[in-house]
Design a protein around this ligand. Structure first.
Ligand code: ZN
Length: 273
């Protein structure tokens, strides 16, 4: 058949003329006349009347196959089911809906005052205040300060342990400033919900850049960069990095000690969010 086709191809135009005549006769006479007997026209004749060139028939099948796409509405049955769980979902945020938390802040017990140890003073002009941490965190913080000093940095303890009573005063001021408890909670924990109650959390500043104390700009200090690279060696980690699971604002100055088992227990809930 191939040999025949080759020969046929060479005389294609002659054959076309003959076939064209034959087709006209065929069309006029009967549709069953050619396919029945002639092996020559069995493959070629259906293409010739519509497709005078050899290449175009190859392009047709793909375009013909691309038409049928029936399963468009297969996803429709699942659509009516989706709004139902959304309607039943409470409008509160996932964080606020968790038990016991307060706009993302978790509850913390106030540490035993007998465990508190001085870690130095916070000074600002004539103002002076002694800061405290749990004895475990205090020992680690001392090592942290010494290591930073070897890197020509002076870490400033700003705020360590804080009682629930002290926190209440801070939070009230924040509510007055921000207008609501919810807004205030973005910047300060309510009493009973501050990591500072544990004695394992501390706000750290750069002694050489006091203007950046307790500000997001603290992340631009050399102290923060050093802490980011070295604090974990001494058991400290940032409590509220950007986009933290609790939804609390980024606080580059606020670090917590987590190395001992007693420390780890304090922050287990927060770290497992
Ligand atoms: Zn803090």
């Amino acid at each position: 058949m191939k040999g025949f086709q080759k020969v046929f191809g060479q005389f294609q135009f002659v054959v076309i003329s003959i076939l064209t005549t034959a087709v006209i006769v065929w069309l006029a006479a009967s549709l069953q006349w050619i396919p029945a007997d002639s092996p020559v026209s069995e493959e070629q004749s259906p293409q010739l009347p519509a497709q005078p060139t050899v290449e175009t028939p190859q392009e047709l099948p793909p375009s013909a196959q691309s038409k049928p796409t029936p399963p468009l509405y297969e996803n429709l049955p699942s659509i009516p089911n989706e709004p139902q769980p959304n309607i039943n979902t409470p409008p509160t945020s996932p964080i606020a809906s968790k038990p016991q938390d307060f706009y993302g802040h978790l509850p913390y017990a106030e540490n035993d005052s007998n465990r508190l140890v001085s870690i130095g003073d916070f000074t600002r002009g004539a103002y002076r205040r002694t800061e405290y941490l749990d004895q475990e965190a205090a020992a680690a913080f001392s090592q942290l300060v010494d290591a930073a000093a070897k890197a020509n940095l002076t870490l400033q303890p700003i705020s360590g342990f804080r009682s629930v009573k002290d926190q209440a005063e801070l939070f009230d001021k924040q509510v007055q400033k921000r207008g609501s408890q919810q807004a205030a909670a973005k910047f300060s924990a309510p009493p009973g919900f501050s990591e500072h109650h544990t004695g394992y959390a501390i706000d750290i500043g750069d002694r050489n850049q006091p203007d950046k104390d307790l500000k997001v700009a603290f992340e631009d200090t050399t102290a923060y960069r050093w802490l980011s690279n070295n604090a974990s060696r001494y058991g400290f980690e940032l409590s509220f990095p950007r986009s933290n699971a609790q939804g609390v604002n980024f606080e580059p100055w606020h670090w917590r000690y987590v190395k001992t088992s007693r420390a780890a227990v304090q922050f287990a809930s927060a770290r497992n969010l």
